[in-house]
Design a protein around this ligand. Sequence first.
Ligand SMILES: Nc1nc2c(ncn2[C@@H]2O[C@H](COP(=O)(O)OP(=O)(O)OP(=O)(O)O)[C@@H](O)[C@H]2O)c(=O)[nH]1
Length: 682
Amino acid sequence: MRIHEFSKKFNMNNKKIIEKMNELGYETKSHMSDIKEEAYTLLLEALDLDASQEDPYWESEYEKDHNKSKKKKANQKKSKNKNAEERISNIPVTEEIEKENVIYFKEDLTVGQLAEQIEKPASDVIKTLMQLGIMASINHSLDRDTVELIGEEAGFEVKDEVVTDATKFEDFVIEDSDEDLQERPPVVTIMGHVDHGKTTLLDAIRHSRVVNSEAGGITQHIGAYQVEKDGKKITFIDTPGHAAFTEMRARGAKVTDLVIIVVAADDGVMPQTREAIDHAKAAECPIIVAINKMDKPTANPDRVMQELTEYNLIPEEWGGNTVFVKVSALKGEGIDECLDMINLAAEMEELKANPKRLASGTVVEAKLDKGRGTVATILVQNGTLRIGDAIVIGKTYGRVRAMANDINQEVKEAGPSTPVEIIGIHEVPLAGDPFMVFSDDKEARKIAEARESNVKREEQKTTKAVSLDDLFAQIQEGEIKELNLIVKADVQGSVEALKGALHKIDVEGVKVNIIRSGAGAIAETDVSLAAASNAIIIGFNVRPTGKTRELAREEGVEIRLHTIIYKVTEEIESAMKGMLDPEFEEKVIGQAEVRDTFKVSRVGTIAGCMVIDGKIQRNSKVRVIREGVIVYEGELSTLKRFKDDAKEVAQGYECGLTVENYNDLKVGDIIEVYIMEEIEAK
Ligand SMILES: Nc1nc2c(ncn2[C@@H]2O[C@H](COP(=O)(O)OP(=O)(O)OP(=O)(O)O)[C@@H](O)[C@H]2O)c(=O)[nH]1
């Protein structure tokens, strides 16, 4: 019997059973694990159950205990957090609101305001002040020391008033008390390699069981949809592939709870499968693997499973804890099981939200519609969205005039994890923009305007990439606790050596996290993963292609290139410790492509080149790059235009060159020319 079956039988939670199994010494991690006969008996004993029991005594006792501590926690939280809606509607608001015995100090706190806080007449405070030798009127403002003296007298503690800026509602986390939290549907994204069947699977799922499809709705593409299985809803993001997923993450949005990686059984793990796995792992999303195209005679699911073990995605039957489902999206086979697995995985995640508060969430997609104005699909992540709500989305705002679900039915409200298409906002927001409902129009407008005016700052903040130069500052400010790195090298051996060396870096409070590694040139996909995960790319004996470099510049992704392992670790470690102080920086000044080669006995190999970028300059350093990999590094020996020596040759012109001590130049090689420039002391 599997754990989830056991939990169903005894009406228990999978997690508790797994915990108990672990206590009993079984290494069980997943609800899919088998409970062997001996373990079953031990488990019954440990849980004080007998096989015929349906509603076990242990469960209720456990729950009682559990609930007791939950309630206690909730009460503690309650006293700390003002009611969410109240807080949102009073902006700026004061954080901590334990009424008794705390004075909230702010600049310009007057005698009158202080008296109010300690619930005494102002005249009493004035009298106390006189005793302290301070003559003050009711409107007199007080400094912190004086307030502390009065606080001491009156038995009050002084704390600084914390003003929360609602324009930054991405950071505006309001904790819900446990008793308000209710289970919410999981939000699922499907990713995988081209043509492995993402779209077909999304369609198969949608057509198999659209919520209320019998009510006559016609499915429409709004960017997300919901289905129901065994009374439980599941929300799917309807843009297959990781482009949308990455874009949203790069904007700071966390929408997806679970990722399904689709792998075609007849094709196996392909480059985009690996990318999808990297993205899901970097986002810390649990993964379910759907082996698709099982109907094909050439289907070989074992091979897929074998290949995925390399990424630590190991099926239960092989002792791992990744859920695999075999499907044929085309024939609609295995879809039910796939949905069951999603529901089980979601149960493990204990996804909850508070439907009782004002809604907040993320834009999935948005467009300008000729007839209806701005139309946005938004995913409610917490709270309930209602028609008429005043809403701030990204930098724009509006009032929800109408809402429709994914089968084009008008709805009046939408709870957690529900995607809806709304109209009534002024401008078109971007996918990944956060939204939040406020208590009235005026306030929404005020906040949207404030957000608009600090748009630059906000944007810088959400897209702020990590750079080695300010890494230390970011560590110090507590902005970074993990340094995400992508490691690309010429051969797998170097990759492993680098990974080993980087993992050894030990700087207090910061963990090095390698989110992708591999042999080969630095590609655009590496840059987009880095942008989404705030990672730095390390290239070891490899280069980015021209386009990749451009993308990295646009995205603000830092690429560090090295040829010596200890230099890599030294650099990262120094940056983490705030000791990065390079005196020289390499500056690439141009690139030339080898179009022809000539062997001249006394000179060696002369390359006939076309300067394709920047300029080539005499006395500079060069790298010879072949298919993205550095094959040689050294000095430029001679540079000629026709027969004459040249000082420099600009882009678009031909030249002849030789590289010192290197005669193996080949047609198609890229000669990268760089100089070392002294960096101004900071
Ligand atoms: N035999 C078989 N073919 C399938 C199955 N699922 C998808 N296909 C076919 O595989 C091809 C690609 O399917 P898509 O769903 O478009 O794949 P995708 O992953 O969305 O592809 P991109 O959108 O290009 O990334 C189509 O011709 C589908 O009909 C399946 O279960 N069995």
